[in-house]
Design a protein around this ligand. Sequence first.
Ligand code: PLP
Length: 421
Amino acid sequence: MMTQSSNAPAGHDGARRLGNYNYAILNIAALVREFETAGRPVTSLNIGDPTLYGFEPPSQLTEACIAALKQGRHSYTPSCGIPVAREAISRDAAKRAVCVSDEEVIITSGATEAADLLCTALLNPGDEVLCPAPGYPLYSALVSRQEARNVPYRLDPANGWLPVPAEIERLMTPKTRLLVIINPNNPTGALYPPSLLAEIAEIARRHRIVCLADEVYRKLIFGGVHYPFASFAGNDLPVFTLESLSKNFMAPGWRTGWMTMANSALVPGLRRALQKLAEARVCAAATPQFAIPAALSLGNEYLLPVMEKLKRQRDLTVAMINGIEGLWCSCPQGAFYVMAKADPVTYAFGSDEEFIVELLRKKQILFVHGSGFGMEAREGYFRIVYLPDTALLEKVFHDLADFLRHHRHHSSITLKSTTRS
Ligand code: PLP
């Protein structure tokens, strides 16, 4: 642990507002390093990086980057991104009934920077932000960094992890500044139906709340249709949509994403603040911006083998988890995560994190505890990344069943079925 020596400069303890700035997914990774240094390799099912498990960006994207480099495109780009990419993004949005001009597009260093820019441009201390629980922890972290307040709205596990619009409305106050919607959702993989999105948009419109739609998994869906939230914005609801090359195009390390701003004319002050922030950080990395037009001109052919493989892995995961007594999960419709529950009545753990750490110690398997996504620690939820192939997943779930056998309150558990559906 770092200690401050007596001659250290005063007031350098780190900003107080970072006290609540936590990111559980990476925090646990520090524990893994400890095990690996001790020569005990860990099967990490905690980070949603498809490239760690053999998925690759489509070759057209890589070729576009190489071409840009060969053509000597080494300069800074305009702060909001290169015009051809902004144009490709607005054109792609129009195809999905989202109306944004090229000027309403900012290219960013991943969706993460887009979220950061929006929260920084919008929020004052004490403002309230409605975030899904469970939900990707970036949002609660950014909100707390602005000294604003995260107000969780619950996704209902008994109803496919969908939000309840009436609850969202009940939680709105005069201090509410932003409503965050993640669709498909991380960590649950839920895909929201259009009627639900329309209802939520109507509530936000009634209360004049700006919306952030995180759609970084929008292409990774199993059979259903993804409806962009901004397609319900009409001409009177500002919706900031986040996308990136990270998941939909399997290039997370390129750190390239974007934000589209539907109806930004309704919030001119926010628009100016975003422009100022975008200019202050110069621009996103130039090279991968040249891959954006290539990405958005692809059909879905590159996705077919990806989704087939993911579907086999999802089906195995859902079948095996539900085959272990005292474990439960619903069947996700998108992304590559399953939110599972270890019934606290069946298993003796003090908290979900204790369960995760104990599993890591005993079996060198790593999931993320549900409280890292805003669930109650005692509920026993944990998130599984099902990116590895079925052989590895099968081994992991057998080891998990074996581990749980020793942590049952009463009698022993059995693996009921490992059938693939
Ligand atoms: N939004 C969600 C819901 C995510 O799960 C992630 C990454 O896991 C991100 C945003 C960050 O995406 P990017 O790599 O584009 O910054």
